[in-house]
Ligand binder design. Structure first.
Ligand SMILES: Cc1cc2nc3c(=O)[nH]c(=O)nc-3n(C[C@H](O)[C@H](O)[C@H](O)COP(=O)(O)OP(=O)(O)OC[C@H]3O[C@@H](n4cnc5c(N)ncnc54)[C@H](O)[C@@H]3O)c2cc1C
Length: 395
């Protein structure tokens, strides 16, 4: 297993799960990046599920109401019914799962992997430990969650880029009963969309983020200015301090991610196409994928036969939406606000999980601006796929 992030830890846990009655437990070695450039920075994952879930004991917060604010300030406040929106901090997840895996016999080793390749009836992994000493390991199967060095060729590649502040206020300022999923009361970029996102953990504490879906990330100062504006002029937070920051860029692409690198090396997680192109949500798909792969491996089947993390229909609809957003035919802020205003949020979230029926998807399509979406759909087959150049930052 290469990489001890969301995908590596989730798959290793599913592979050695003592509760699962699925055939022999494989021996697992997990390569975890030592502190340095290859170690992923800490982050916060949100996902939704019905009822209790396996990580409930680790959550930093959870909500069964979501709010969306349209550009003109209208509030859409909805209960999630049987679903809960859950917030998990990566450090808690990684510490807890690494400890649990060690007790289950997984060899968790600090090493930087340099390559993983097929070599006849096994795969070979070359790596270095923190002292720089190199080693060579053989394994029957390798699951690789290192980020890809280049994004796949695509018709449309947007970036979801954001910066968040963990803030604390001097007096009560947040409603811990509801998370603000998208707040469009912000200046919109020339291409794409921008919104605020608020995860309140108490009346005094929240993670407040500024997010854009657009072609280029911003300079650090631009995120800081946008967050100052959002916290001060939109949320009117009283006297607050910023206790921590997090930042990220998630590619939103209609490119095809490789399903395998040879016969025995399989990309997983974001590198294996688990990111939903239209939203950037990845964590829930990683969980589904991990269980399917573990089931296949423990039953002696090839992980290459496991279906991709997102179904063809979902990927096709996302390709149309990405194109419509990128060309500016569809105004993202109005599109998402209208979707949440006109449909039960439970259905929107199930749609984002790819769990809606074709009929429900059709109904959802009718809630979108039909002409620009149809135009985007019809032109997609004519557009070439190209490898995106790495995007310079925008002031
Ligand atoms: C800041 C941020 C917030 C996000 N929030 C959400 C969210 O709320 N909900 C959601 O669904 N998705 C979210 N995502 C998207 C996605 O869920 C995350 O990117 C998630 O971490 C992907 O899991 P992964 O295992 O594929 O990658 P990672 O979690 O990044 O794991 C990859 C691992 O590989 C290790 N590694 C890299 N190179 C090497 C090497 N050479 N040798 C050994 N190890 C190596 C890294 O250190 C890391 O531990 C977010 C992404 C970011 C960046």
């Amino acid at each position: 297993m290469i990489g001890a992030g969301a995908a590596g830890l989730s798959l290793a846990s599913a592979l050695v799960d003592p509760q699962a009655d699925r055939g022999p437990v494989p021996r697992v070695l997990m390569a975890t990046a030592p502190p340095g450039p290859t170690r992923s920075p800490d982050r916060t994952w949100c996902y939704w599920e019905a009822g209790e879930g396996p990580y409930d004991g680790l959550l930093a917060g959870s909500w069964n109401r979501l709010r969306v604010y349209s550009r003109d300030g209208a509030e859409i406040d909805r209960s999630l019914g049987s679903l809960r929106y859950k917030m998990l901090r990566s450090r808690t997840f990684e510490d807890t799962l690494s400890t649990r895996l060690r007790t289950l016999g997984v060899d968790v080793r600090g090493m930087t992997v340099e390559s993983a390749t097929d070599a006849g009836n096994h795969a070979v992994v070359r790596s270095r430990d923190s002292s720089g000493a190199s080693s060579l390991l053989r394994s029957g199967l390798v699951f690789d969650s290192r980020p890809l060095s280049t994004l796949p060729a695509a018709r449309t590649t947007l970036l979801q880029h954001f910066r968040g502040w963990f803030v604390r206020t001097a007096s009560p300022a947040f409603d811990p009963g509801a998370a603000i999923l998208m707040d469009f009361r912000l200046p919109q970029p020339p291409r794409g969309l921008a919104f605020g996102y608020v995860l309140p953990m108490s009346p005094y504490e929240a993670l407040v983020e500024y997010t854009e879906f657009s072609p280029r990330p911003l300079h650090e100062e631009a995120y800081e200015n946008a967050l100052r504006h959002y916290c001060g002029s939109v949320l009117s937070l009283p006297d607050y301090t910023v206790r921590e920051r997090e930042q990220g860029v998630i590619p939103m692409t209609d490119g095809h991610f490789p399903r395998r690198h040879g016969h025995r090396v399989f990309p997983i997680g974001a590198a294996g196409g688990a990111t939903r192109p239209s939203t950037g949500y990845t964590f829930a798909a990683i969980q589904r994928q991990s269980h399917l792969i573990a089931e296949a491996v423990r039953a002696g089947r090839s992980p290459g036969r496991v279906p991709p993390p997102h179904r063809f229909r979902a990927r096709a609809m996302d390709a149309v939406l990405l194109r419509a957003l990128d060309t500016g035919r569809v105004k993202g802020a109005d599109f998402f606000a209208h979707l949440f205003a006109s449909l039960p949020p439970e259905r929107v979230l199930r749609f984002l999980d790819g769990a809606t029926s074709p009929w429900e998807d059709f109904g959802m399509g009718l809630r979108t601006p039909v002409v620009p979406m149809l135009r985007s759909l019809l032109e997609l087959p004519l557009l070439p796929r190209s490898v995106p150049a790495s995007a310079p930052e925008r002031p």
